[in-house]
Structures are given as C-alpha cells and as structure tokens.
Design a binder for this molecule. Structure first.
Ligand SMILES: NC(=O)c1ccc[n+]([C@@H]2O[C@H](COP(=O)([O-])OP(=O)(O)OC[C@H]3O[C@@H](n4cnc5c(N)ncnc54)[C@H](OP(=O)(O)O)[C@@H]3O)[C@@H](O)[C@H]2O)c1
Length: 323
C-alpha cells in the first residue's frame, strides 16, 4: 500500500481509506453492526489505517461503530478523520435536507463545531481527532469564525489537523487566510470528474491533500451491479438516475473494456477503479465505502499506481462510453 502525507500536516496516510458512510445505515437501507465492525477490522488488518467517518452518518451510529472497531488497536498506526457542521439537533443555519424524520441544517457556528467535536471524541473513544473536516459549507457563518474555532480546538489538542469537504476554491482561500488546511474532501471517480478543472490544481498548488469520496460511484464501478439488481427500501440507489437498468448496462459495457488492462495488473474491477482514482495527479487518497470484510480485503488490493499510458487508455474509453 502506498502512503502519502495529508498536506503539510505531517500526518502520513495510506492512499486508500475506509469510508464509513454506508455502515451508518441512513441512505443505505440500514446497517448490520457486527458486519460493519468486522469490515473495519478487516481493513485495518489489511494495512488500511485510515478511517473517514462523520457524525451525520447514522446520526452518530457510524462513529460509534468505528469506536468499537478500533478499541484496543494501536492508536499510533491509525488516522481517524471525522467531520462537523451538519446539525440535526437544532435549527441554526440554513435547512439542508430531511431524512428519517430529522431536519438537518448546515451549521458551522463555533458553538456547534465545539459540541460536535466533543461528541465525536466520546463516540470514537479517542483523545484527539487526527483530521476534522467541515462537512458541507454554511453560507450563514463567516468562514473566519468557523476556522477560528477549529484552530482553537487544534491548539487545545482536541484535533490534530483541519480539512474541508464540498468547498469551493474561494471558500478554501478564506480558510487559508485564517490557518492551514490539510485536506479537501470531494466527490471524484471515473464518472464524477467535476473537481478536475479547478479544485485539483488549486489543491496541488497549495499542498492540500485531496480525499476522493465515492470513488466506486456508490458501487457502480465494481462491475458487480447487474441491471436487474433490486435495491432495498431506504437505499439511496433505489430510483437513482445512475442506477437505472440502462445506465447500469452502459457502465458495465465500459468496465468490460478494461478487462485486458486490469488482468495485466492482476486487479479486480473494484481495485482498478480505486487504482485509477489514486493515480490521478493531485489525488492523495480514495475513501472507499465498505460494508463487509470481503469488500474491505478487496479494497486493500487497490492501493497501486497505474502508469500514465494506462490512465490515458482508460480515459479514451471513458470518453467514448459517454456515461
Ligand atoms: N464528504 C462527503 O460529503 C462525502 C459524501 C459521500 C461519501 N463520503 C465518504 O466517502 C466514502 C466512500 O464513498 P461512498 O461510500 O459514497 O461510495 P463508494 O465508495 O463509491 O461505494 C461504496 C459502496 O460500494 C459497494 N462496494 C464496496 N466495495 C465493494 C466490492 N469490493 N464489491 C462490490 N461492491 C462493493 C458497497 O455497497 P453495496 O455492498 O451495498 O453494494 C459500498 O457501500 C464514504 O463512506 C464516506 O466516508 C463523503
């Protein structure tokens, strides 16, 4: 597994990390706690000592599962990242969405950030969060106020490094005027390339790590999703435009074209999708969602870098497929 550094924080991480959105259950049709703990432990055992979670994933459940999974593990070989700023307990900040009867607001006010960090420390069972990230940006709170509080939490030793998620380059500039940013977490995969034009070069130029989320396009890029797959109640993929039988078939037709290349590298399709992501210039780590120990072990095999010629060949096929 190749390793990289989170910006200028000095924190070293593997190029593949454990994503824990799905094991929170919400948006993913529920969760199985035993499978989830086993999945995280399998990934840790396979050398993936980097976990990304968030309070909003299952309204604390994902963090609690992570806390149970890492209990007793060597903390020094583990980088724990979580987030703040999605508030389901109050009404401050702009309304964002409603799910499972809870109304969620974007709230990056200093008091909320501090409360969330305290709650995350408790659920995770750690003394310090290695990377705290503002989850979605709150246009009603000046970034200087949010970042000022994050810097205070860092100075108090409650967090080690600060990052953002779903932020524009203008917003990142505002954060940078207050303190250092270690990372930017953004959606990125073969099918979601919106950050290539501005965000990736911006972060490369400023030595900000890029953490790519949904690198498997919610599982679509694993090649295991068939056109007749039925997603359960509460699974966001049910009725999702990406998961229509026609689109699944079109994406799978593209993935079949990668067969010769992936076999030459001894990779499964899931591993090739991960390898593609972490081979893109400027991408530091792919955050891969896993729900089972088998998925966790497969993910760990994706931590390889592809040659520019392989990336170019794949890009040509992706462009031709038009998916
Ligand atoms: N900052 C943000 O706003 C944000 C947003 C989204 C995600 N994230 C982070 O990024 C992480 C990853 O993104 P993601 O979870 O959205 O999607 P993803 O990594 O693109 O896809 C994850 C899903 O793919 C399926 N899968 C994984 N490994 C597989 C394998 N080996 N074979 C077959 N299927 C496999 C699993 O679903 P099934 O088994 O159910 O098919 C899994 O839940 C999240 O967990 C979270 O930590 C952050």
């Amino acid at each position: 597994m190749i390793r990289r550094v989170l910006g200028r924080s000095g924190i070293e991480v593997p190029a593949v990390a454990i994503g824990t959105w799905a094991i929170g259950g919400t948006w993913w049709g529920g969760t199985d706690q035993a499978d989830s703990i086993a999945a995280v432990r399998a990934a840790l055992d396979a050398g993936i000592g980097f976990i990304d979670t968030a309070p909003i994933y299952g309204f604390g459940r994902s963090e609690e599962i992570v806390g149970r999974a890492i209990a007793g593990r060597d903390r020094s070989s583990l980088v724990v990242a979580t987030k703040c700023g999605l508030d389901w307990e109050g009404t401050d900040g702009p309304f964002f969405f409603e799910i499972d009867g809870r109304r969620v607001h974007r709230n990056l006010r200093p008091a909320r950030i501090r409360r969330e960090v305290e709650d995350s420390l408790r659920r995770l069972g750690v003394d310090s969060i290695d990377l705290i990230q503002t989850h979605w940006q709150d246009p009603t709170t000046p970034i200087a106020e949010s970042m000022g509080e994050l810097v205070r939490l860092r100075d108090e030793g409650k967090v080690a490094a600060i990052g953002v998620s779903n932020a524009t380059t203008a917003q990142m500039n505002e954060y940078l005027s207050v303190g250092p940013l270690a990372s930017n977490q953004a959606k990125y995969s073969m099918l979601d390339r919106g950050i290539e034009a501005a965000d990736l070069p911006f972060c490369r130029d400023r030595d900000i790590a890029v953490l790519a989320y949904s690198p498997l396009a919610l599982g679509l890029l694993t090649g295991t999703v068939t056109a007749d797959r039925v997603f359960g109640a509460g699974d966001q993929r049910r009725g999702h435009r990406r998961f229509t039988p026609e689109n699944i078939a079109a994406v799978n037709a593209l993935l079949v074209r990668f067969d010769a290349l992936r076999r030459a590298h001894g990779l499964t399709m899931t591993q090739l999708a991960i390898a593609w992501t972490i081979s893109r210039p400027g991408v530091t780590t792919a955050l891969v969602g896993v729900r089972t120990p088998e998925q966790a072990r497969e993910m760990a095999g994706g931590g390889v870098v592809l040659a520019p010629a392989d990336l170019a060949a794949m890009d040509a096929m992706i462009a031709e497929a038009g998916v």
